[in-house]
Design a protein around this ligand. Structure first.
Ligand code: SF4
Ligand code: SF4
Length: 288
């Protein structure tokens, strides 16, 4: 029938109106059940998905509780523990940013040598489209999406071009804003560090084993038994040499004794010669 759909739609609207009207008569309407009451009548409303009726939030006194994955403009993280920027000025985020709204100037040391930290970091918030590509591609978890969406200003330039100081937040701020993601990242970081440590230990052990193997290769390849046998052989050789030396001494004694015998023989011969000459003289005298 003509107009049935229209009547159904109006019926749904009337139903929501009635539910909200009844709900609003209660001392604590259901839309405020899980809300967080702030100072000066301000509230953060956590709207349940089962909520029925018309939900009007009295912004700016009332605000919706933002889900963790809500994203607006990027922020740079300052590692409070290490006392340094996480950003290394690698420039990847600037390269992947679709509307090209990131500018980075790398810092340098006193000698003019580039260092791994940004001297300047700008994001044009008026151009940023909150795509989060910069966050996805950052290899150092240095850039994350901020929840802060109340950025209204009178002039676009320079107020909406955020510099490094305006973009930088401490790690604790990010941890409070993105608790689940932060915990997951810390866990991944811990695992990566453990793996790195295990690899370093394994490498050190391998190097130690290699050094030991090198030392043992330098050593003579003889067993203690072989060394003992060699010692015994050397002792036997030296004993034999001593014996030989003693034998030589005996021979020289003998030689010397031989020399003494010859002299006696010579003396005796001389005596005999003298006696023979004396007899020959006596014979001549007796013949004469
Ligand atoms: S925020 Fe990340 S990707 Fe961008 S320059 Fe810094 S370290 Fe590189
Ligand atoms: S969120 Fe997207 S548009 Fe905004 S700075 Fe990052 S990459 Fe660029």
């Amino acid at each position: 029938m003509f107009g049935t759909g229209l009547l159904k739609g109006l019926g749904v609207t009337m139903k929501h109106f009635a539910e909200t009207f009844i709900d609003d008569r209660k001392p604590m309407p259901s839309r405020y059940a899980d809300s967080i009451q702030l100072e000066h009548g301000r509230r953060i409303i956590d709207q349940p998905i089962t909520q029925e009726g018309l939900l009007t939030i009295q912004y700016p006194e009332e605000k919706r509780l933002l889900p963790e994955r809500f994203r607006y403009i990027p922020m740079l993280l300052w590692d409070t523990e290490k006392g340094e920027d996480r950003c290394t000025a690698c420039g990847i985020c600037a390269k992947v940013c679709p509307p090209q709204c990131i500018w980075i100037v790398r810092d340098s040391d006193e000698n003019g040598k580039p260092v791994t930290r940004p001297a300047e970091f700008f994001i044009d918030a008026a151009v940023c489209m909150s795509c989060s590509f910069c966050v996805e591609f950052c290899p150092f978890d240095a850039i994350k999406m901020n929840h802060d969406y109340e950025l209204a200003v009178y002039d676009r330039y320079p107020q909406l071009v955020y510099d490094k100081e305006e973009l930088t937040v401490p790690l604790e701020y990010y941890a409070a804003m993105w608790p689940e993601q932060f915990a997951a990242e810390q866990e991944a970081l811990r695992k990566a560090e453990e793996e790195e440590r295990a690899k370093a230990e394994a490498k050190a052990k391998a190097a130690e084993a290699k050094a030991k193997a090198g030392k043992s290769a330098d050593k003579p390849k003889r067993t203690p038994e072989e060394i003992e046998a060699m010692k015994q052989k050397a002792a036997a050789r030296s004993a034999a040499a001593k014996e030989k030396a003693a034998g030589g001494a005996d021979a020289s004694d003998k030689a010397s004794s031989d020399t003494g015998d010859d002299a006696a023989k010579k003396a005796r011969l001389e005596e005999l010669k003298r006696k023979a000459a004396e007899r020959a003289k006596q014979r001549k005298q007796s013949e004469g």
